[in-house]
Design a binder for this molecule. Sequence first.
Ligand SMILES: *Cc1c(COP(=O)(O)O)cnc(C)c1O
Length: 360
Amino acid sequence: MKKHNFSAGPAVLPASVLKEAAKGALNYQGSGLSLLEMSHRGAEFTAIIEEATALVHELLAIPPDSGYHVLWLTGGASTQFFMVPMNLLDTNQMAAYVDTGSWASKAIKEAKAFGRVEVIASSKEQNYTFIPKGWKVPKNARYLHLTSNNTIFGTQYQRFPKSTVPIVCDMSSDFLSRPVDVSPFGLIYAGAQKNLGPAGVTVVIMREDLLGQVNRHLPTMLDYRTFIKERSLYNTPPVFPIYVSMLTLRWLKKVGGPKAIHRRNKAKAKLLYDEIDANPLFVGTVVKEDRSLMNACFVMAPGYEALEKEFLQEAQAAGIVGLKGHRSVGGFRASMYNALPKRSVQVLVDLMRDFARRKG
Ligand SMILES: *Cc1c(COP(=O)(O)O)cnc(C)c1O
């Protein structure tokens, strides 16, 4: 039986996508070849990467001639932590960063090697339990770096702050989970394995006019211009992860796109957060207004801490996987990405309720 997959990443994918991907791994569209053994320069893969790129444009409503490029890279979001400042920030320039969690702080650490970094706000002192607000972006910043959803701590920007400088945003864990107006963003990046596809590919959406303004030497493979010019085909791209991502994008379009998936994601999150708030055995770990629709973090309520292990065991027995919280928060983390069915959340909520009846 298929498990209820609450893993933070690599994460749940739509069942129909997995089925189609499995077929492609054996015999791609009756060609007599697996997609895994096909040239990345052949007609089959060319069609796949072009469709994937067009779907990102379409689902985010990016006009084709708007100056934005959709790139398919490797190295994970973690490579973008340094590739962004390497390409956009000269040694004597400054970039503004908001520190909202472990991933944001890793991005900050990497950027410091390339230019000046101003951390203009941070919730680190409170173990990242909220998104700092009310800060100002210095006018001389080259860009403002944000992490839209903090996968480990379970906070998310419900609205993006206004910025006079281009925003660079790590959207790894909420990419295409809701409608986003891309116009304030100079660059968006997302590792695929949370909400888009399997591990191995990173999608970057960027404005070309931000490039060409740093004086350092850029290795070919770490220069965004290489990927713009060669349409992500300078070298061998991660063919199969791009294929599975394309299938997920098709699926997303079929279920109604970002607007429809956002409605679903809100309904799933409400179901779980309502239970966390009503159930005397569990408490949430972050301020309510910043709660993530993607990753819900919660712990046993004071006095019930000893039941944590038992609840995890019961969850496992109920077919729930990936519920254990990150070590820096403890407790539980329920990741509810686009492809997680509401039914899975219902199974978790029913178990929480039943557990409280028996143990409370
Ligand atoms: C998972 C994650 C990363 C790291 O992604 P990799 O692809 O493993 O490098 C970075 N940022 C956020 C917000 C994440 O959720």
